[in-house]
Design a protein around this ligand. Structure first.
Ligand code: URA
Length: 445
């Protein structure tokens, strides 16, 4: 009886949002519990999601939604870990292998990184797929093994278990098929509910902006970054966001095994400038939020030292070994899946020029057509295939020089990728200035 008095009909809750009203915390909790229990039918949840897309949510409603989603399943607590527990989330981009470098680097400078990721639908696989290019690497650890690993080596990179944030799994699947993904409050609640269920003390966000990103313009990226920082901070987790460029692919490779190889190069001190700049900037934010450094200059020095003295690379070996992988990949990249064929795209012009841009979206599509990414959740991916950029924006290129190498297994996929890549590069006759990959930093006021 009491329960009946306290709950409302789903259609009442939908109506309030449809008419532009604000939902109460109780109504939002009823929605989220109803999604998981089935009390809210898929058609009712979809209607409410669409109303949220159209009418928005206040910061308060978004925080309540995040909290309710986070509490829809198991919330990890890690009281036994004494180091600051700080994680990073990226909104995703083409060639974004930052997590693979960042976790061992952050562990080497004194943080604990309890990173849980998804596989996601993307142009290439997610972090978990990339790690699976390492022979033997397991992304599934039980709770005891996960905690033991965090205590021992201060980092873990695993898939979120099925008992965590079930509301997001259900809602994301509905959003995907009802055109209700593009909503700042829904994106915020989805991202933060998953990250805050990890038991972290603080969070750094990499909000990508540009052709190859979810957020195409700076205005959109800033809106999302500000909202993520506001909600996460309101929920008691110090958070900063960096808005970073995603017009061209990040780094020199796109594709799962190729990206692991490049991440290891970065830990050896041989990484491309854009990828290193973004990674170091994010780890510096983590160090400051974790209270281990006063400012980013001090943090950057500490990070550089961990790269120079080999401790970050040693941390990567420890991570791979701890999760069952073969750490000799660090010295021998051929232990990872290798594509059967390669094909170079050449600069077909009469006179020398400078690469002005590489369209990340076209590159992403080419990578997916090669088989590096999924077009639907159950699709198999080919860990070996992808692209390597031999020229990046700002580089000079002479007629006949190779711009990019395509790694492929299926001849038909080469033709499709070549077609996407045909107009991916643009050129300038003059030298060009490459902008800083970090556009802005958003912190709590
Ligand atoms: N990534 C997420 O995890 N959720 C969203 O809603 C969008 C991107």
């Amino acid at each position: 009886m009491l329960l009946l008095a306290m709950t409302e009909l789903p259609q009442e809750i939908i109506r309030i949002k449809r008419d532009g009203g604000a939902l109460s915390q109780a109504q939002i909790e009823q929605f989220v519990t109803g999604v998981v229990s089935g009390e809210f039918r898929d058609y009712q949840s979809s209607a409410l999601l669409m109303a949220i897309v159209l009418k928005g949510m206040t910061p308060e409603e978004t925080a309540w939604l995040t909290e309710a989603m986070m509490r829809s399943g198991r919330v990890v607590e890690l009281p036994e870990i004494s180091r600051p527990k700080v994680d990073k989330h990226s909104t995703g981009g083409v060639g974004d292998k930052v997590s693979l470098i960042l976790a061992p680097l952050a562990a080497a400078v004194g943080l604990c990184v309890p990173m849980m990721s998804g596989r996601g639908l993307g142009h290439t696989g997610g972090t978990l797929d990339k790690l699976e290019a390492i022979p033997g690497f397991s992304v599934y650890l039980d709770d005891a093994a996960y905690r033991q690993q965090l205590s021992a080596i201060h980092q873990a990179m695993i898939g979120q278990s099925a008992d965590m944030v079930p509301a997001d799994r259900k809602l994301y699947a509905l959003r995907d098929v009802t055109s209700t993904v593009e909503s700042v409050p829904l994106i915020c609640a989805s991202i933060l509910s998953k990250k805050l269920a990890e038991g972290i003390d603080a969070l750094v966000l990499d909000v990508k902006c540009g052709q190859g990103a979810f957020m195409k313009t700076e205005v959109e990226a800033r809106e999302l970054a500000e909202s993520l920082v506001r909600i996460s901070s309101t929920m008691g987790k110090p958070t900063t966001a960096l808005i970073t460029r995603m017009d061209a692919p990040l780094g020199a490779t796109v594709g799962n095994a190729l990206e692991v190889e490049e991440a290891i190069d970065c830990l050896k001190g041989q990484g491309p400038a854009d990828l290193m700049a973004v990674t170091i900037a994010l780890v510096a934010e983590m160090l400051c939020l974790g209270g281990l450094c006063e400012n980013t200059a001090e943090a950057t020095q500490r990070i550089q030292a961990a790269l120079d003295d080999g401790s970050a690379l040693a941390g990567f070996r420890e991570l791979v070994t701890a999760q069952g992988g073969d750490a000799s990949v660090v010295d021998d990249y051929s232990l990872m899946p290798q594509a059967a064929h390669t094909h170079d795209i050449l600069f077909a012009a009469d006179s020398a020029a400078y690469v002005q841009s590489i369209d990340a979206l076209k590159v992403g599509e080419a990578a997916r057509l090669l088989g590096a990414g999924r077009s639907h959740a159950e699709a198999e991916i080919d860990l070996a295939v992808g692209l390597r950029f031999l020229k990046k924006p700002g580089d000079a290129v002479a007629p006949g020089e190779a711009l990019c190498r395509i790694y492929y297994n299926q001849p038909a996929s080469l033709a499709a990728a070549q077609e996407r890549m045909a107009h991916a590069f643009s050129y300038s006759p003059q030298p060009i200035q490459i902008p800083d990959p970090v556009i802005d930093r958003i912190a709590t006021q």
